[in-house]
Design a protein around this ligand. Structure first.
Ligand code: PLP
Length: 228
């Protein structure tokens, strides 16, 4: 697996204005550093503990985005590391991030995670509740709502993701049109290894790619024992 070559290949494929988030769960700091050397500007991490280890090595050479399910008891540590939290899906979580950011004098850019497949067991706010959550989140002084993120149901055929990307894009545009104070709808984060091409066709400007850059994951390592 030539990480540097993969990164350069993907970067050359992405249209101008589309940001690449290297989804780095289970990867070693050395692997992440290789991706950064080849031009990755944003690292996406699912676990705070794992991110903290990688951060010690890679640090300010890249931006850090949290893309996993954030537990409230990890927020304090997370706000010290991350430059953006892409997965805010409740007022309670937003409030905790706001509070912890206020304590360290930071304003956190966040995306709202939309459960576009309306799957009961998945994270994210249901599509029809997204606007209301955005309005509530806009009131927190230490948060800055900057867009939406979605996974969509994980499907073998990337075409199956298209309706969920379309629906999320529509919500994105709709909230953007409202011009709500405190909300800047700038980023639409959708598309992974198997679906980023479809996501690009449907207007994403932030893709989160892991496998295509780093190779297959060792699933034994996806959920570190000290988290989740
Ligand atoms: C793992 C992960 C990705 C990347 O998945 P790949 O299929 O490896 O590209 C993107 N987004 C989130 C939230 C992830 O957890």
């Amino acid at each position: 697996m030539d990480i540097q070559q993969n990164v350069r290949q993907i970067l050359s494929e992405l249209p101008d204005g589309v940001r690449l988030v290297a989804a780095a769960k289970t990867r070693t700091p050395a692997e992440i550093l290789e991706a950064v050397t080849a031009g990755v500007k944003i690292i996406g991490e699912n676990y705070v503990q794992e991110a903290a280890r990688a951060y010690e090595v890679v640090g300010g050479k890249a931006e850090w985005h949290f893309i996993g399910h954030l537990q409230k008891n990890k927020v304090k540590k997370a706000v010290g590391i991350f430059d953006m939290i892409e997965t805010v899906d409740s007022v309670e979580l937003a409030r905790e991030i706001d509070k912890r950011c206020a304590q360290i004098g930071k304003t956190m850019p966040v995306l709202i995670e939309v459960n576009s497949g309306r799957e009961a067991q998945k994270s994210g706010v249901f599509p029809e509740a997204t606007e209301a959550l955005a309005r509530e989140m806009a009131a927190f002084p230490n948060l800055r709502v900057m867009g939406l993120m979605t996974m969509g149901p994980l499907a073998g055929d990337p075409e199956n993701s298209r309706p969920y990307f379309v629906a999320t894009r529509e919500i994105f545009e709709q909230i953007k049109r409202l011009n709500l104070p405190g909300i800047e709808m700038k980023y639409l984060s959708m598309g992974m290894t198997n679906s980023y091409k479809v996501a690009l066709e449907e207007g994403t400007n932030m893709v989160r790619i892991g496998t295509r850059l780093f190779g297959e994951r060792d699933y034994e390592k996806t959920a570190p024992a000290n988290e989740e």
